[in-house]
Design a protein around this ligand. Structure first.
Ligand code: ADE
Length: 281
């Protein structure tokens, strides 16, 4: 189902990273419904193939295993897409991930993994699609980077907050540098969106969705289809003068919600006054 007209993306070719699960799968389904041919990339080949088989009824979908942290995987994904379809119109950088952890406790390995997936992976995909196709044609192109609600910091998720903020700034740089080539680059920042995949990815004793729910003015979680429709808008001709922007899809939650402060028992600690001169008094 889509609120957009059937055939809107007929003849368009899209790559969606993380396109086999959660928000990425909803994006893929809506693009297929609107007539696009979609290549989905993910690290987990089994899940990817299962999702592709399921979505074949909606249109032309091709699964290609790709770890976006690996340059050779990214090059292969873009090369295989061009071999099969001859062009790329849309890139949706949706693949990403993180785990909750106090900022003081990250191992370097865990920190780097999250930065590499969310920031470096997005950069590698964008660079490769631009160099191998967007730069070589008059057709232009469009990139949507899925980020997160990290605008006021992201306590307990500092690694992904830093990476996503990096992606937002990268988006603005690319929007300027690649405008001459007819390429638009935007971000979409979802609030708490429930998907079984996202829920399963968190530890059993940690319920980020339930923690988030009271802070959302609408008092409910979003669903993946409420993100995919906004992605389709940014990819559509209706957004042809929008570039370098961030669209928040969070029903206003990013304006005031407490995010995850209280899981570190922050609300129970006594008031504290920062006094740099204390030791001299
Ligand atoms: N989704 C989450 N992590 C990913 C990765 N490293 N590559 C592709 N998709 C992903």
């Amino acid at each position: 189902m889509s609120v957009f007209r059937p055939g809107l993306f007929k003849d368009k070719v899209a790559i969606v990273t993380g396109g086999g699960t959660g928000i990425g799968k909803a994006i893929t389904e809506e693009l297929l419904t609107l007539g696009a041919r979609v290549v989905i990339g993910s690290r987990d080949g089994d899940k990817l193939n299962t999702a592709a088989t399921e979505m074949k009824k909606l249109g032309d979908v091709t699964p290609i295993r790709c770890n976006i942290r690996k340059e050779e995987d990214v090059k292969n994904l873009v090369e295989k897409t061009l071999e099969k379809y001859g062009k790329i119109d849309f890139l949706v950088n949706n693949g990403g991930g993180q785990f909750p952890c106090p900022a003081a406790d990250f191992s370097l390995k865990g920190w780097n993994a999250v930065i590499e997936t969310n920031l470096t992976g997005t950069y590698l995909m964008s660079r490769e699609v631009y160099n191998k196709y967007f730069k070589t044609t008059e057709n232009g192109g469009c990139i949507v980077n899925i980020i997160a609600d990290m605008f006021r910091g992201f306590p307990m998720m500092a690694h992904t907050g830093a990476a996503r903020a990096g992606v937002e700034n990268l988006t603005r740089s690319l929007a300027i540098e690649w405008a001459q080539q007819g390429v638009r680059v935007n971000c979409l920042a979802p609030g708490p969106i429930f998907s079984q995949t996202a829920s399963d990815n968190y530890a059993k004793d940690f319920a980020p969705f339930e923690i988030a729910r009271p802070g959302i003015p609408a008092k409910r979680l979003g669903n993946p289809q409420e993100v995919s429709s906004a992605v389709c808008f940014l990819l559509s001709p209706g957004a042809q003068f929008i570039s370098g922007a961030t669209l928040r899809v969070d029903a206003g939650g990013s304006l005031h919600s407490k995010q995850m402060w209280h899981i570190d028992d922050h609300e129970n600690i006594p008031p504290y006054t920062w006094n740099p001169y204390k030791s001299k008094l």
